[in-house]
Design a protein around this ligand. Structure first.
Ligand code: GDP
Ligand code: MG
Length: 178
């Protein structure tokens, strides 16, 4: 099954999208204080498409490492389990230095990247969409995870990946996938 990891700096809306597409509201934070799981995954649905979605935790919860080092480890860990990465930015905030760090690092990884500009439910987001082109990760997909806007565009982009993963997995005569 196709596996997609949502990555990006804290607060851009990664978990909001994860919850929307998986129907789950799982906390990424462990019960034990100070322990944060790096990522979680769940089966996700987008119209007829089924895939595995991976959410990554907020970096603000870790203090024992530099933000960049932590970000890299977490992202590496998640990407190791993924077929493609969805890099999410906050179009209202515009592109921040941390977004640029993320994008620079990600471009060096051998994984397809889908760039998403979230929070496009206000006019303030418009300039952020154009800024997102500067990341060099291709055309950003405008989206509002909270309001469900841009999901049909996302569907168009994900469909070939999901279909290819299904094809690569081979035919399933017993039709008992999972
Ligand atoms: P994460 O840290 O990247 O996982 O971000 P969260 O999913 O926790 O969201 C951070 C904040 O952004 C929350 O207050 C969300 O309600 C808000 N948010 C997420 N998606 C959207 C969106 O599409 N539009 C707006 N306006 N706010 C959003
Ligand atoms: Mg989150």
């Amino acid at each position: 099954m196709f596996r997609l990891a949502i990555i990006g700096r804290p607060n851009v809306g990664k978990s909001t999208l994860f919850n929307k597409l998986t129907g789950k509201k799982l906390a990424i934070v462990d019960n034990r204080p100070g322990i944060t799981r790096d990522w979680q995954s769940s089966k996700a649905f987008l119209y007829e498409l089924e895939f595995e979605l991976i959410d990554t935790a907020g970096l603000e919860e870790s203090f024992n490492d530099s933000i960049e080092g932590r970000m890299r480890k977490q992202t590496e860990s998640a990407l190791g389990h993924a077929d493609a990465a969805m890099m999410m930015v906050d179009a209202r905030d515009g592109i921040t230095p941390m977004d640029r760090h993320f994008a620079d690092w990600l471009r060096g990884q051998n994984i397809p990247v889908i760039l998403v500009a979230n929070k496009c439910d206000t006019k303030a987001a418009r300039s952020g969409i154009y800024e997102a082109y500067e990341l060099g990760l291709g055309e950003p997909v405008p989206m509002s995870a909270e309001h469900g806007h841009g999901f049909s565009d996302l569907h168009e982009i994900l469909k070939p990946y999901v279909e290819k993963a299904a094809k690569d997995a081979g035919p399933d005569p017993a039709d008992e996938d999972d």
